[in-house]
Design a protein around this ligand. Structure first.
Ligand SMILES: [Zn+2]
Length: 309
């Protein structure tokens, strides 16, 4: 669960950080991002910051090893920006406690959870949530980086907090936020026009990784390759999906780049002729066309639009 900081604790923390930065105006914030899309967002809003992503797009963000290099990065961080909603519950609390870094403990102003700035779909109260019960997400689906409108809300919240933590660059961050949000709104309108033919498309997919993207674009996920959230596809479950979807097959079977595509391939080969497997990035990559947030969305739309009709 997220702990909401008391106003006093929060104000004290901001004041202490403000003093620390005032003493050295040239000091750039060191930012620890749990996932690469949050690192990309901070680079847009505060390019002077030293940003490091704890994970890359090829890794499953539910299951990350708390390696010594991550611990070292957490120790140095002025700010940590993570998803929250228990996505990182299996590894982030361990890094926070072992780092001994008061700036990034739960409730400190330097610890930002993007989930605080948005509403989540599909909450499942009482559904568990320990790393041993699968990726059930009782607080709601945490994969909201694939909704550009929620991304706008997160960006606004992050920009405001960075301004508080780095008052010497407040005006610069404000200008960048205003320019970025205007550009992003324009892109959303363009993406929505371009993606209109995707409305009503039926897909099978693994996990709820792309649920926000489907919701935004009007795509229908008719089957989940996971028999239970966080459990890899089993032969029996895939056989059931094949029988359920044979009459009206999905147009594509989608997995994230961090997921094993074998179950998707098995289903795609049997469910209908020419049904492709799409292995899509769910976060920004280190290089190539998906190395920026806008590039990630461009790529997702292009790949989906290229599926045969
Ligand atoms: Zn998940």
């Amino acid at each position: 669960m997220l702990r909401i900081p008391s106003d006093r604790f929060f104000a004290r923390g901001v004041a202490a950080l403000t003093l620390a930065f005032a003493a050295n105006a040239a000091h750039a914030l060191t930012v620890f991002a749990c996932e690469p899309h949050w690192a990309a967002l901070v680079r847009e809003l505060a390019p002077h910051a030293q940003v490091r992503s704890a994970t890359h797009a090829g890794q499953d963000p539910h299951h990350i090893e708390a390696r010594p290099s991550l611990l070292a990065a957490m120790r140095q961080a002025d700010v940590a920006l993570c998803t929250g909603a228990s996505l990182e519950v299996g590894w982030l609390p361990m890094l926070q406690s072992r780092s001994g870094n008061g700036r990034v403990q739960a409730g400190a102003p330097g610890m930002l959870m993007a989930a605080e700035f948005v509403s989540l779909i599909d909450p499942r109260p009482g559904a568990g949530g320990s790393p041993f019960e699968g990726d059930v997400h009782p607080e709601g689906n945490p994969h909201f980086q694939l909704d550009p409108k929620r991304m706008l809300s997160v960006a606004e919240g992050v920009a405001k907090r960075l301004q508080q933590l780095d008052p010497a660059r407040r005006d610069d961050i404000q200008r960048r936020w205003e320019a970025w949000s205007a550009d992003w709104r324009g892109r959303i309108a363009q993406w929505e026009r371009k993606a209109a033919p995707l409305r009503g498309m039926r897909v099978a997919a693994q996990h709820t990784t792309f649920a926000y993207l489907w919701g935004w674009l009007g795509i229908e996920q008719v089957a989940d390759l996971e028999p239970r959230p966080g459990t890899p596809p089993s032969a029996a479950h895939l056989q059931r999906l094949l029988e359920q979807t044979r009459a009206v097959p999905p147009r594509a079977v989608v997995v994230a780049t961090y997921q094993d595509a074998r179950g998707a391939q098995w289903l795609a080969e049997r469910v209908g002729s020419g049904v492709p497997v799409l292995q899509l990035p769910s976060s920004v990559t280190d290089d190539g066309p998906t190395a920026t947030l806008a590039g990630l969305y461009d790529q997702l739309l292009d790949r989906l639009l290229a599926v045969p009709r």
